[in-house]
Write a protein of this length. Structure first.
Length: 279
């Protein structure tokens, strides 16, 4: 079974081309759990499968979290799979990728940088305070696409200097909070300058912090743009794995277009020989 391993700003993925491998769909959750385990197999935040298009796209992207659950979409994953699609000859420099949350359009900027139009925000609640252990946090809530990919947006002063274990525990409690019936990716952020933020995301399905989250960054900038705290143009988000750039096209109180730009890295290409994996 051939694979590529890629990362986008440190958010890493395994890519399987099922147009070639032709594995049954019921195997994908188990493959994700097995192959994404960092100590026992290749290791990654997520597992992506390329399938034949069914809705007029160039190809379909199925996304699975490292725990085997299916995700609606993944922004950094979409950028990586756009590069895969271009280099594997599945599409040109402009790509239409079918995802569970809807169609995503990708664009090749140069050899390593790709830009994707994220799924439209379908739910936005700018004022969604949540109480944890007697403390009320001034959250906002955003869902991208349909079915919506859920994100809690949480301002947090001194984020870069906060004890990671304490922040992880808070992220876990917010991720499972009853205010978010679908669960939520928890995006902690602080403004660090004009149109600049620092962000750290506790991801649903990974159940830990990741080095970057593309849809989370888009959700944070959506909230800040609607609040008038950033311009929405070329907003730079720094996170442990690198930097992403968000551009927002706003029409009044509505977000018309949401774009994510950032780096991709092909880490390795190879063949799975995991002897613990039976297909």
């Amino acid at each position: 079974m051939k694979f590529w391993k890629m990362n986008g700003a440190g958010n890493d993925f395994l890519i399987l081309n099922n147009l070639e491998e032709r594995l049954p769909a019921e195997d994908f959750p188990r493959l994700a759990r097995t192959l994404c385990e960092r100590h026992l197999s290749v290791g990654a935040d997520g597992f992506m499968v390329v399938e034949a298009p069914t809705q007029g796209g160039d190809y379909k992207m199925l996304f699975f979290n490292s725990d085997g659950t299916m995700g609606e979409m993944c922004g950094n994953g979409a950028r990586c799979i756009c590069r895969y699609g271009y280099e594997a000859g599945l599409a040109g420099e402009i790509q239409r990728v079918e995802t569970t949350a809807g169609m995503v359009t990708g664009q090749r900027i140069d050899r390593r940088r790709y830009r994707v139009r994220l799924n439209d925000p379908t739910t936005i609640r700018l004022d969604c305070p949540v109480e944890v252990d007697g403390v009320t946090y001034p959250c906002a809530y955003v869902e991208l696409g349909s079915p919506g990919l859920p994100h809690a947006v949480v301002p947090f002063q001194g984020l870069q200097d906060t004890d990671q274990e304490k922040l992880r525990e808070l992220g876990r409690k917010l991720r499972w909070h009853s205010a978010f019936p679908k669960g939520a990716n928890v995006n902690f952020y602080e403004l660090t300058g004009q149109d600049q933020i620092y962000e750290h995301t506790f991801e649903r399905g990974v159940e830990d912090f990741t080095y970057a989250c593309g849809t989370g960054t888009g959700s944070v900038v959506t909230v800040l743009t609607l609040q008038g705290r950033v311009s929405g143009r070329g907003v730079r988000a720094r996170m442990p794995g690198g930097e992403l750039v968000i551009d927002v096209e706003r029409e009044g109180d509505r977000i018309a277009d949401l774009y994510l730009t950032g780096p991709t890295n092909i880490v390795c290409k190879g063949e799975i020989t995991d002897e613990e994996l039976s297909l």
